[in-house]
Design a protein around this ligand. Structure first.
Ligand code: COA
Length: 573
């Protein structure tokens, strides 16, 4: 079917919808809803059979809704309306939530219902729920809607609050006042819930030392205690603040500047607060967390049945130099253990999105600091890639992009949770790319496909990734079932009677590859290109990074997404 996706931005959910529908042989084009005129033009040019809006906060013009079936993917249960759906679900501690496909009308979220799916809520941030349960349910409602639309017989259900299964209601936009923290009264769990309800947009507005900041990345702390609201410790860039019944970690802050909020970046709290943390003690943590501790921990290691599990939970999957170095050290530790298999678990929300572009942007010398970030990731990739003592598994629980994808490909086996989105390309960021991608990507998918993946700049769904050999296996839609299957698979590999042969074969293959072309040669060539990206006259990388971190909308939908426009341009030329 010929489907037009309308979205505010090509965000992770829109990417997933695009990748999954394309995989199912639908014909897709994307238009960013930049204005009513642009939307009208896109519909005129593309003549879609169906319009789907996976992530749209604007109202579709009336004439388009009248002439076409436009489906809004609303992250709420049947009857829920408004733009703060998930925020309210988190704040009211809803046990169950859902996603509903609603036919667009001029009244927000009040149209006929084409499909709806519910899921169990769990205590996590809004954006994590959005990327996991919401994305999963959104795909289900979209596939069911398409099937029903194609049948030509389905009659969508009018919104009727007297129906038993219509349990939602209208919710207003959640203002900062609703979730403001009262440090003299709020418990740790309430504070964490409030911050999570606003993560990642708009962030929870609070005051530290007389200045206003948006807070992000909240974690409960079960040992430290201190005066409510006061900063009592810091760890790896995060701050710990006392609360009436314990303490809470906050990993990221964005300073609010009156009338100029877009001029500030979301950064690790310690970078934002700088000298204000001079007298705050660093609270170290070992690589092994005893028992089920609640605290802020980015990297930890577990061991069971000859398998070592290395977790790295970096906010938004974006890695700083320090994080790369700590992860490399932790991996070296895992390698020093008398185990057989090392599983790189990544984070439960993201695998990795490569180096942290916000930190680079905030630096006085972005070229130099980018160079150092890239070299730090390269070192991590080389360390994994040249491991000859263990078999390694990358277990991608969440989305991955750019250099982050290559970290996974450095492992011997690459598994992914079904439904994550993989972006194995760098060009949109104006970069040639490094992380040994010129070796790792063709090794898995062949030269031709590697060039296609890096040039098309399109997201890849896990089914396609498995078909083309980018990953070995996709399974387990839910993070818990994925982790359980990873554990079983890793133990099987460790116990396998031909483990030693497998390890020997891998080492032999690496030696052969090294003889054909040394790893050093790959990375030297990549870094030559990167140097041009960072320091050359063309400023593509610096411009793309600036637009990305400040979330500046393009003036038009990029042609690699707007197929209807690229076709048109080709005819004109
Ligand atoms: N550095 C800093 N922040 C990053 C990041 C990075 N490398 N990659 C992703 N993020 C942030 C995004 O800004 C967004 O932040 P927000 O929640 O505050 O809005 C969040 O992580 C992810 O949002 P999501 O909706 O899941 O995806 P998206 O709309 O950002 O699109 C990608 C997904 C992967 C296409 C996009 O994040 C991307 O291009 N990332 C950069 C990859 C890269 O070039 N890395 C450097 C080279 S190795």
């Amino acid at each position: 079917m010929r489907i037009l996706l309308l979205a505010d931005t090509f965000n992770s959910l829109t990417q997933r919808v695009y990748a999954e529908l394309t995989y199912r042989n639908h014909e897709l084009s994307v238009e960013l809803a930049l204005s009513d005129e642009i939307i009208g033009e896109a519909v005129e040019l593309y003549q879609p059979e169906l319009i789907i809006a996976p992530f749209l906060t604007k109202i579709i013009p009336k004439r388009i809704c009248c002439d076409h079936v436009c489906i809004i993917i609303h992250p709420g249960i049947k009857g829920d309306r408004g733009i703060s759906s998930l925020d309210w679900a988190i704040m009211t501690e809803a046990k169950e939530w859902g996603v509903t496909a609603i036919q667009a009308t001029t009244e927000v979220d009040a149209g006929q219902i084409w499909s709806s799916f519910n899921f169990q809520m769990r205590p996590d941030s809004k954006s994590c729920l959005y990327r996991t349960e919401v994305a999963q349910a959104a795909i289900k409602v979209i596939l069911q809607t398409i099937e029903r639309f194609e049948s030509g017989e389905f009659v969508p259900e009018p919104l009727n609050y007297s129906r038993e299964d219509v349990k939602g209601c209208w919710h207003p936009y959640m203002k900062q006042e609703v979730r403001a923290i009262d440090w003299t009264k709020d418990s740790v769990s309430t504070i964490v819930k409030k911050i999570r309800s606003a993560d990642s947009r708009p962030g929870l507005l609070d005051t530290i030392d007389g200045e206003q900041y948006y807070l992000y990345g909240a974690h409960e702390e079960d040992l430290l205690q201190g005066t409510p609201g006061q900063i009592i410790a810091q760890r790896h860039g995060a701050i710990c603040r006392g609360a009436v019944d314990g303490a809470v970690w906050i990993s990221h802050l964005k300073k609010k500047k009156p009338g100029k909020s877009s001029a500030c970046l979301k950064l690790p709290a310690a970078i934002v607060l700088g000298d204000k943390l001079k007298s705050i003690p660093e609270d170290p943590l070992p690589l092994f967390v005893p028992g089920n501790r609640k605290t802020f921990q980015e990297i930890w290691y577990e061991e069971k049945n000859q398998v070592g599990y290395l977790y790295f939970e970096f906010y938004k999957g974006a890695m700083s130099i320090d994080q790369c170095q700590r992860l490399t050290n932790a991996f070296c530790y895992a390698r020093s253990r008398p185990t057989k298999v090392i599983v790189l678990m990544g984070g439960h929300d993201f695998w990795s999105n490569g180096f942290n572009l916000n930190i680079v942007e905030a630096d006085d010398n972005p070229s130099d600091v980018s160079w150092r970030h890239i070299n730090a990731i390269n070192h991590l990739v080389a360390t994994i890639l040249t491991t000859n003592t263990h078999l390694t598994i990358a277990a991608m629980q969440g989305n991955a992009a750019a250099g982050g994808v290559m970290i996974a490909l450095a492992a011997d086996y690459v598994y992914a949770r079904s439904g994550i989105v993989i972006n194995p390309h760098y060009q949109l960021m104006g970069l040639y790319g490094s992380e040994y991608w010129t070796y790792l990507l063709p090794k898995r998918v062949g030269n031709k496909r590697a060039m296609e993946l890096t040039a098309s700049c399109l997201p890849v769904c896990t089914q396609l990734a498995q078909d083309i050999g980018l990953i070995d296996w996709a399974f387990g839609e839910h993070p818990i079932s994925f982790r359980l299957s990873v554990l079983q698979k890793a133990e099987q590999i460790a116990k396998c009677p031909d483990y030693s042969e497998k390890l020997a074969l891998k080492n032999q293959k690496r030696l052969q590859d090294e003889q054909i072309k040394p790893l050093k040669a790959y990375v030297t060539e990549e870094l030559q290109q990167i140097h041009i990206n960072l320091c050359g006259a063309e400023q593509l990388y610096h411009t793309a990074r600036h637009q990305f971190v400040y979330k500046i909308s393009p003036s038009q939908t990029p042609l690699y997404l707007a197929k209807h426009r690229s076709a048109c341009q080709a005819i004109e030329h």
